[in-house]
Design a protein around this ligand. Structure first.
Ligand code: G3P
Ligand code: CA
Length: 313
């Protein structure tokens, strides 16, 4: 009778431990270069602070981001700055400060980043558009972003529209590698507290990094839309593996085609998805539920989110 009681207790304790481990995510692994289900702060904590500014990056750190994401653009004088768009008007007051410098593109007034020097861009307010309390926040350089994040989280820069800059004789890939080298972040494991992964929608950019720049850092290929179906097949993934260590499909592609995760893992490729947002949790009750499903049921390795504080640990 005592032995039966003891066995029952052992079974109960074991079951509870497993349940707790599952709830806490203990023991969950991920495909390299990730070591655990990984939180990437998309444009910083961009749901709460102006995207790609130092306050957004600082808030991402405060909210426990494993990686912080800067999208990269290039100024007229060849400096890497953290901006999502090729142009300045959505996230700064450039239209007010430089009304005469607009270009007309497809019937729309636009202010390309590459038309402005860093000194000019530094005169702009990159915070007010989000919230008055951020008035006066400047556009951040990639170097400033590194200075803030290094030693506290990983960095996952995206080469944005590198072909556009290439036509202007501004080559993005050497600039990225140069700045990473200067900060001693250009080799895997160089700073264990600051792993670096480079991402791009441009296959060509990743090929340049790998083959010309001899970049040894993990490279991740971003994609989405209808092309994902073909790319997610074993044959499609094998082609991507020639120049990328991991894939980053849009979340809808993974939700519609979950086998893409297992197929990528079979090839040793990590899977990062973009972008989970509290304002758009799709069919889920909230963004935490959405991220939980992607991580725990579909086994993706990492998630870009605008809401780092909602990441299910
Ligand atoms: O880089 C991942 C995700 O950020 C891709 O979308 O347009 O926000 O850069 P986007
Ligand atoms: Ca991005």
């Amino acid at each position: 009778m005592n032995a039966l009681l003891l066995l029952t207790r052992i079974a109960a304790v074991t079951l509870t431990t497993f349940l707790l481990m599952g709830m806490l995510g203990v023991g969950e692994s991920a495909t390299a270069p990730y070591t655990k289900p990984t939180l990437i702060a998309h444009r910083g904590a961009s749901a709460y602070a102006p995207e790609h500014t130092l306050p957004a990056y600082q808030l991402a750190l405060d909210q426990g981001a494993d990686f912080v994401e800067p999208d990269l653009q290039i100024t007229k004088d060849g400096v890497l700055v953290c901006l999502h768009d090729l142009t300045l008007e959505r996230t700064t007051n450039v239209a007010k400060v430089f009304p005469d410098r607009a270009k007309m593109v497809r019937g729309k007034m636009t202010w390309p980043v590459s038309d402005f020097t860093l000194e000019e861009i530094r005169t702009l307010d990159a915070g007010s558009w989000k919230e008055e309390k951020y008035k006066g926040t400047k556009v951040a350089t990639f170097q400033e972003m590194i200075d803030l994040v290094k030693g506290k989280a990983g960095i996952i820069p995206e080469t944005k529209s590198p072909e556009t800059y290439g036509k202007l004789r501004l080559k993005m890939e050497p600039l990225v590698m140069e700045i990473l080298k200067k900060n001693k972040l250009d080799e895997p494991g160089a700073d264990p507290k600051t792993p670096v992964i480079i991402q791009s929608f441009s296959a060509e950019s990743l090929k340049i990094l790998k083959n010309e720049q001899k970049c040894k850092l993990p490279l991740v290929f971003l994609f989405g839309g209808p092309r994902a179906k073909e790319m997610g097949t074993p044959e499609g993934l094998a082609k991507l593996k020639e120049f990328a260590d991991g894939i980053a499909p849009h979340k809808d592609n993974v939700l519609a085609q979950p086998e893409i995760v297992t197929e990528a893992h079979k090839l040793g490729m990590s899977v990062t998805v973009w972008t989970c947002r509290a304002k758009d949790p799709g069919k889920f009750e909230n963004v935490r539920e959405e991220m939980n499903h992607l991580l725990r049921n579909l086994k993706v390795d990492a998630i870009f989110t605008d809401n780092p504080d909602q990441f299910p640990r």
